[in-house]
Design a protein around this ligand. Structure first.
Ligand SMILES: Nc1nc2c(c(=O)[nH]1)N[C@H]1C(S)=C(S)[C@@H](COP(=O)(O)O)O[C@H]1N2
Ligand SMILES: [Mo]
Length: 501
């Protein structure tokens, strides 16, 4: 029997790539039907995110912004396709070596998946299936390759494409109606009316200006920041919130327990410490939920506990100052956002919102645990990566319109300003180098939300520079000193250059 393979190395490399991609698609399907976070690409990306040195993460976020995660997943997919090509080349000389490459992939994928927080041994299945299908693909190709007929190779290609397409289609279906699908639960949940409704801000919460951020940010437009490659899909019936640590009694709550408590509704602005001056990692929503302080009080917290650590289903943690949680502000466990159950991307079924703190030290999504401890005893996720321990959010203001050009005459300049829990007392606008002028402010009900501002500008033709600054409720004027986002939030004034015609 002739052992020489008639197919060229290039054809073997291509076959290995195709087999690997079909395997990945099947692994994706197996995960979509059970635990989406265990998909090989998701688990591997998650491992990279968790293990990346702080400096690398900062570089990636600076360079790619919120495209960082899709790029990571795409990069790994290309890398695995290349490994498939290597497996094909190895197989051509020695099938055992090709099998060895896929076995190594299965081992790495399995190790990544089972070590993800919240995932167990079953998370190994998608990676093993993926590698097994890829290997089977090359067994099949090997037979066809020996036959070396054009129809044989086409048959292989079509077969692999059909498997991959069927797997991707089935994954889509599984994510909607399979056991891991949760959208139906979310959609069918009827949130109760609040026991304590939000105070309406007044008749002019919203200046009606084109291009100006609305007072309440619609859920679909609300910024999203988290470390999750694949967001946790939580079965609300199995979900529990555990309160433990330095408390007299540990408590556990079901979702229905929370729905049955007094429900408060609050407008609170949330912002990210990574928001640049003028950036849009900030939004204001009407949250429905339960009082965090009331719920914790039932556990009997030890007064020596100065840190509240909140933990997510995917292992992410935030540490908030306990004194702020208990000082009477509306720190809450939110179940609803703008009249709807929490969107999956924003923490379904429950998240924290603490007015006055950046998201990374307070706003845990997919919340599963509250632990009272001390700052000495524990550093949360971003603290171990070089970000500051909790400090109050910095006073900020932004010009939303105009951003670059306008026509001569009366131009409405408008934007938003925020200093949660201190409030915005004044906003001033500077045109070119003239003196600062006071802007009109929208109505707000509390100090916990952002506030719109507007100014009627008599714009003359030419280039003009507009700069905004806010004064918070304590009377402090926003600093013009420029600082980057790390380690505790950017400072500096937002300016735009407008070409007036
Ligand atoms: N589980 C989890 N919760 C999280 C994060 C995260 O990475 N994982 N990121 C935090 C950060 S940094 C911010 S700014 C807010 C953003 O909330 P949003 O995505 O709903 O706007 O969520 C916080 N909660
Ligand atoms: Mo953030």
């Amino acid at each position: 029997m002739n052992t020489a393979h008639p197919a060229s190395p290039r054809a073997w490399a291509a076959a290995g790539t195709v087999a690997a991609l079909a395997g990945l698609a099947l692994g994706h399907l197996a995960a979509a039907a059970t635990e989406p976070r265990s998909a090989p690409l998701s688990a591997l990306s998650d491992l990279v995110v968790a293990r990346s040195p702080a400096g690398f993460t900062r570089w990636a976020i600076d360079t790619f912004g919120t495209a960082d995660k899709p790029l990571l997943v795409a990069g790994l997919a290309i890398g695995l396709a290349a490994v498939g090509a290597l497996a094909g080349l190895a197989w051509r000389r020695h099938p055992g070596r090709g099998v060895g490459v896929f076995a190594a992939c299965a081992a790495i994928g399995t190790a990544a998946a089972v070590t993800r927080p919240g995932l167990g041994a079953a998370a190994a299945v998608p990676s093993i299936l993926a590698a097994a299908l890829a290997a089977l693909g090359l067994v099949w190709w090997d037979r066809r390759g020996r036959a070396a007929t054009v129809t044989g190779r086409r048959g292989f290609l079509w077969g692999a494409a059909a498997v991959a397409a069927a797997a991707v289609g089935a994954s889509w279906w599984a994510a909607r109606v399979g056991p891991a699908a949760i959208e139906a639960d979310r959609e069918s949940l009827d949130l109760p009316a609040p026991d304590v409704p939000a105070v309406e801000p007044g008749p002019v919460a919203d200046f009606d200006v084109q291009g100006l951020a609305p007072y309440r940010t619609p859920n679909r437009d609300f910024y999203r920041i988290d470390t999750a490659i694949t967001v946790p899909r939580i079965d609300v019936d199995a979900w529990r919130l555990r309160v433990h640590g330095m408390v007299d009694r540990e408590l556990t709550f079901t979702f229905d327990d929370l729905l049955g408590r007094e429900l408060i509704e609050r407008d609170i602005t949330l912002c990210c410490v990574s928001n640049r001056v003028g950036g849009d990692l900030v939004g204001n929503a009407r949250w429905l939920g339960v009082s965090l302080a009331d719920l914790l009080a039932e556990a009997g917290p030890d007064p020596a506990a100065d840190q509240l650590v909140s933990r997510s289903d995917d292992g992410w943690t935030a540490g908030s100052p306990a004194d702020l949680v208990f000082d009477g502000r509306d720190a809450m466990i939110a179940l609803g956002m703008n009249g709807r159950p929490l969107p999956v991307d924003h923490g379904w079924p429950a998240r924290l919102v603490v007015p006055g703190l950046y998201g990374y030290v307070s706003a845990t999504k997919w919340l599963t645990e509250l632990e009272l401890t001390t700052f000495d005893a524990y550093d949360a996720y971003w603290i171990t990566r070089g970000w500051s321990t909790p400090r109050p959010v910095k006073t900020a203001s932004r010009i939303d319109t105009p951003r670059s050009r306008s026509t001569a005459g009366t131009v409405v300049v408008a934007g938003v300003a925020w200093a949660q829990h201190r409030g915005i007392a004044a906003v001033e606008l500077q045109i070119d180098n003239r003196e600062w002028q006071l802007c009109a402010l929208s109505d707000v009900a509390t100090t916990d939300t952002w506030r719109q501002w507007r100014f009627e500008w008599d714009a003359a033709p030419g280039e003009h520079r507009l700069t905004v600054r806010a004064t918070d409720g304590d009377g402090n004027v926003q600093t013009s000193e420029v600082q980057g986002v790390a380690p505790d939030g950017a400072t500096g004034l937002h300016s735009v250059t407008v070409a007036v015609e």
